[in-house]
Design a protein around this ligand. Sequence first.
Ligand code: 0JX
Ligand code: SF4
Length: 313
Amino acid sequence: MTDTNNAEILMAQPRGFCAGVDRAINIVNEALIRFGAPIYVRHEIVHNAYVVNELRGKGAVFVEDLQEVPKGGIVVFSAHGVSQEVRKNAEARGLRIYDATCPLVTKVHLEVIKMCKDDFTVLMIGHAGHPEVEGTMGQVKEGVFLIENIEDIDSLPFFFDERIAFVTQTTLSVDETKEIAEALAKKFPNIVQSRKQDICYATQNRQDAVKFMAPQVEVVIVVGSASSSNSNRLRELSEKLGVPAYMVDGPEQLKPEWFAGKRRVGLTAGASAPENLAQSIVSRIQEFGPRQVRALDGVVEDVTFSLPKNLVD
Ligand code: 0JX
Ligand code: SF4
């Protein structure tokens, strides 16, 4: 039995939508308003099942392959970005492109292009198969190598004196990436890193918020879809801090036994998870037993990104 005296749900601050996600969803909505359905979207606009289903209901059509978009159709590139090959393919098919790549992902694309132009061999720290990694590595024809973990460094076929630089995916674990970067610097003392770290402000802030919240709770719920890198990192982080964590797409996935006997529950949401989902999850947890909701202190974000010029002009 849960001791309902002082039972609480602590809400991480910040949680949920980042500026890049907000912009990407707005782009699809704006395209639907301006041009009507169907609006084709290459890949899930963001990795969230609820968001994707909602947009699908309004007339967005999600495709992985641009061949599925009829010639002359309208296509939105997802927040995770695309390779040059995908972009050229879209242009060659005469598609009207609205690019929802997050500006902070584009920043990494430009770094890769510049590094390769300056004759660096580029390493990318990231997860194989993730669309952001494919897009970033695909900014240049060759010369970018993927590193997923410290073990991958040993198998790199480079000498210490080569011109070598690295970039990262924007949604990685801040701590693990630091360890990989340190191991890289040990093997390649002259390695060059991009001016600012590539892990974005939203990823950093949401992980910091979990670090603050986890020691105060007995279980953590992360709102997010299984395909979402940044959401998975929040769940992992909580577990690393010794607090069991569950990631859910919606209230129907919650299990009462997760909360039994737990006085304090922590709730956070990945950068692609909407706040209304977080609120419906709070309501469902409260159905398992009465709990007060308490917002934790944390960074208040004020980042916004404007819509692409070709959409608003
Ligand atoms: O899987 P990711 O965390 O990269 O993407 P998601 O969940 O759609 O989050 C927002 C988009 C992030 C791009 O960097
Ligand atoms: Fe942009 Fe960061 Fe959000 Fe990705 S998680 S869309 S890089 S702000």
